[in-house]
Design a protein around this ligand. Structure first.
Ligand SMILES: Cc1ncc(COP(=O)(O)O)c(C=O)c1O
Length: 380
């Protein structure tokens, strides 16, 4: 079976350096808040050009910490896409907020500006006190931030970017992680920049947001240990994970370029075929970190059969995401945009992600795309 995401090849390249980094942590013994954490924050700040970076325990916790910094209170509303991973909405709920689900665009998979506007109108009508919008650069491409910020400004809302999948991608020459007031990312192992466990980071140019998030991730610590300014949480990253990320970050730029090359090659291959597969589309002035390579099957193609036939040919596939968040039982009573999230429903039925990682060979892309084309042709 081919790998869906191959972390072994990357590890082989950097194993010696990672081993040395881990040994160094074992030698100094500062497993919590060791010097590698600050070093990583500094490197991430240089990489993203974001003034303040807080490394933390996961992408989900980065979202919660960001919402705490933004001052989200119980019963306040936040517009979120429904076509995303659970954390985007979950973080809002963890603070007692109300996720207001909006639709995404069929071509980019990212939140749709018209749907945001409709959600704002509906929120005003039904008396939900909206405070902000969480954007998600799903599968790697950042959202159209200028348009979203314009809507947010007019309506006095903040914008918080969930860049768990899009960290490192660009929007108008700015790096994802630095596209709005505050951004979060995840270092889950399968992410474009992943560690060997859980981890995440928060990015902002606002010192006050940083200070609140910093204190909150240390149980609300004040100026002295065991003195608290607020109710917080344990949101720390392990020093060993920070040490591993320092080595991974060194090759991150070159891996992003490799992902881009592979994605372009996939697209070129699929466009040659005649099978009505929708390949990912990039909008002007953006690139993608290609966390996933996600296609849309023709409407009349049975996705389960497609996956099973691909598996028989040793090609793994994945569905991100089969059930939109607003259709899942814990989230069913939250408000949704008046457009009823039609694109979200359609995508959840049609999308399928193919193997994608920086070490995927052209030969394997040829094999995957040819096989996918043959199977789809046989199924429609
Ligand atoms: C869009 C999105 N947001 C948030 C997260 C949460 O990250 P973590 O798993 O590090 O908590 C993920 C991870 O899968 C994600 O894909």
């Amino acid at each position: 079976m081919l790998d869906f995401i191959d972390l072994k090849q990357q590890q082989k390249l950097i194993r010696d350096k990672v081993d040395k980094r881990i040994c160094k942590v074992l030698d100094h013994g500062q497993y919590i808040q060791g010097p590698e954490v600050k070093e990583l924050e500094k490197e991430l700040s240089l990489f993203s050009k974001s003034k303040f970076v807080l490394c933390c325990s996961s992408g989900t916790d980065a979202l919660v910490l960001g919402l705490i910094a933004l001052g989200l209170k119980p019963n306040e509303g936040v517009i979120v896409p429904s076509f995303t991973f659970a954390s985007t909405a979950e973080a809002v709920c963890m603070l007692g907020g109300i996720p207001f689900f909006s639709d995404v665009k069929l071509d980019t998979y990212n939140i749709c500006e018209e749907s945001i506007i409709k959600s704002i109108d509906k929120a005003n009508k039904i008396g939900i006190n909206l405070k902000g919008i969480i954007t998600v650069g799903l599968f790697g491409q950042p959202c159209d931030m200028d348009k979203i910020k314009e809507i947010a400004d007019i309506n006095n809302l903040w914008v918080f970017d969930d860049a768990a999948q899009s960290f490192g991608a660009k929007y108008k020459d700015k790096i994802s992680g630095n596209l709005c007031e505050i951004s979060a990312t995840s270092f889950f192992p399968a992410k474009p920049l992943g560690c060997y466990g859980d981890g995440g980071a928060l990015f902002t140019n606002n010192e006050n947001f940083y200070k609140i998030a910093y204190s909150s991730h240390l149980h609300g610590m004040g100026n002295n240990k065991y003195e608290y300014d607020r109710i917080g949480m344990n949101g720390r990253i392990d020093t060993i994970q920070a040490a591993i990320l320092l080595e991974k970050l060194k090759i991150f730029k070159s891996e992003l370029l490799k992902r881009e090359e592979i994605a372009k090659y996939y697209i070129k291959r699929f466009l040659k075929f005649n099978t009505n597969i929708n390949v990912p589309k990039l909008t002007n002035n953006t690139n993608s970190s290609w966390a996933q390579f996600t296609i849309q099957l023709p409407l009349n193609c049975n996705r389960e059969k497609f996956q099973s036939l691909m598996r028989q040919k040793n090609i793994p596939t994945a569905i991100y995401y089969p059930i939109p968040i607003h259709c899942q039982s814990p989230y069913q009573n939250f408000p949704i945009s008046p457009d009823n999230l039609k694109n979200t429903i359609e995508l959840s039925n049609r999308v399928v992600s193919l193997p994608m990682h920086p070490y995927l060979s052209q030969k394997n892309v040829d094999y995957i795309s040819t096989t996918a084309d043959e199977i789809i042709t046989s199924l429609i």
